[in-house]
Design a binder for this molecule. Structure first.
Ligand SMILES: [Ca+2]
Ligand SMILES: [Ca+2]
Ligand SMILES: [Ca+2]
Length: 474
């Protein structure tokens, strides 16, 4: 029998096939969509976000939005650290949602070049960098960290957590408080029931001391340069330098340029000189190298602090810097204000970005992620190059290609270098006076801050701008 082509049957068959196809396709899509979201949700509760899945990196804004519907924007909802609610900067920079993506990893090393760190602080001790060549036991069974031998042959004896370039030894004590405070902002441990959380709760903090108020005639600049070389040599991915001065230094420039060649990010304070850095450069923030991010400080209403340097050509981005709650020596906590604190926020952000995107030693790219994904604000238009404030979540979730990265490229050459020789100091102001304005504060923490206040008061008058002689109590 001859088969006759019946168009009606053919259309019916095609229609049924299409229906089945559409059904299967919709099932497949909802499954895979769910799969991605579940994976993200798992990351929320995981210890870290070490391996960024390719699907996450491919997320577009629409999908990111869906993902965040499930995530609290309140840092205290994620962690049990009693004072985390008082850390307004975390909420302002969207930390909780960022932590749903990654909380960082110990593989990321941030060098804190500062006044030392209280390495026994309850909220920091577990996040210290450990030099692999100075830990474990030697052939005689002794602890390499304290055997008096330079086990890794790097020229520094027992440098297990870092080095003190002021006294040229491995004692890292913080006789000021500044370095401990900065370290806490970058990487205080989260969910340990103590204090606060750092921007990157999982991280390794390399402690490098360049200044000590108790050591007279400290050559801060020389120690800074030695510190930068140490950080490079020992494999830091990010250098946090919350200090600076108005004197240009060829040696310091060369050190930061070497970090640039190695792909190491250098996050630097814009300074607290109350000046326009476009006209009055501040170093190292204004060396104009591709790996430097210059950071100014804002208050909770996104206004740049009157004390902070600014500049549409020189200052890259703004971050929280007023009354920032963080760690202080002897298991205490307190508030400090300045571009130092803002800088530490950005270093923490960079640690999260490197951890999540696996872009170690890619300073320029990480810089672009952070600058291009900040939240624009009209109040920053005349203050920073990007007109943006740090947004931790967006720096992790918005792809570089969507953000016009070229728009954030910065001038590479500084026009002029003034030769005045202000000594450099740290870029923050202790602001213990405003403790009483902190509401809902954990009793225990309030107590420790009050006692800190008592200890600090006699010597707390000097402003910590780098224009001040560094020999005061800063
Ligand atoms: Ca050594
Ligand atoms: Ca040793
Ligand atoms: Ca904590």
């Amino acid at each position: 029998m001859k088969k006759i082509f019946n168009p009606l049957v053919a259309i019916n068959t095609l229609f049924i096939a299409l229906c089945i196809g559409a059904f299967l396709y919709s099932q497949y899509n909802s499954d895979s969509g769910f799969g991605r979201q579940t994976q993200s949700a798992k990351k929320t509760t995981g210890k870290n976000g070490s391996a960024a899945s390719s699907s996450e990196r491919d997320l577009e804004l629409g999908s990111v939005k869906n993902q965040t519907d499930k995530v609290s924007d309140e840092p205290s909802a994620l962690f049990n650290d009693p004072a985390i609610k008082q850390a307004w900067g975390l909420k302002k920079s969207d930390a909780a949602r960022a932590w749903s993506v990654t909380q960082g990893t110990k593989d990321t090393i941030v060098a804190i070049i500062d006044t030392g760190i209280d390495i026994n602080h309850e909220d920091l001790k577990n996040n210290l960098w450990v030099n692999p060549g100075e830990s474990g036991t030697d052939e005689r069974g002794r602890d390499k960290a304290s055997n008096g031998v330079d086990d890794d042959g790097n020229g520094f004896i027992d440098d297990v957590h870092g080095w003190n370039f002021v006294s040229n030894n491995n004692k890292l004590d913080d006789n000021h408080g500044h370095g401990t405070h900065i370290a806490g902002i970058v990487g205080a441990e989260a969910s340990n029931g103590k204090g606060i959380s750092g921007v990157a709760p999982n991280v390794s903090l390399m402690v490098i001391k360049y200044f000590d108020p108790k050591v007279p005639n400290t050559d801060n600049l020389k120690n800074t340069i030695a510190s930068i070389h140490y950080a490079i040599k020992m494999g830091a991915h990010i250098i946090n330098y919350s200090g600076g001065g108005t004197d240009y230094s060829k040696e310091e420039y060369d050190a930061v340029a070497e970090a640039e060649r190695k792909g190491i990010l250098f996050v630097a304070a814009a300074g607290n000189e109350r000046s326009n850095s476009d006209h009055h450069p501040y170093y190292p923030a204004d060396y104009g190298l591709k790996n430097i991010i210059s950071v100014t400080a804002i208050d909770p209403t996104t206004e740049v602090l009157p004390s902070s340097n600014y500049g549409v050509k020189t200052v890259d981005i703004a971050a929280p810097g007023q009354n920032i709650l963080s760690c202080l020596p002897n298991n205490s906590y307190g508030l400090m204000t300045g571009t130092s604190q803002a800088t530490a926020f950005v270093s923490g952000a960079a640690a999260l970005v490197m951890s999540h995107k696996d872009q170690y030693f890619k300073a320029a790219e990480v810089k672009n992620y952070i600058l291009a994904t900040g939240d624009p604000s009209t109040s920053l238009l005349a203050k920073t190059k990007t007109s943006r404030q740090l947004n931790l979540f967006k720096s992790l979730t918005i792809l570089g290609g969507e953000t016009g990265l070229s728009g954030t490229a910065r001038a590479q050459v500084q026009d002029s270098f003034p030769s005045d020789s202000n000594r450099r100091g740290t870029s923050s102001d202790p602001n213990m006076e405003s403790v009483s304005s902190v509401a809902h504060f954990g009793q225990e923490l309030l107590h420790s801050i009050e006692s800190q206040k008592e200890r600090k008061r006699p010597s707390a008058q000097p402003r910590l701008g780098s224009g001040q002689p560094a020999a005061n109590e800063n």
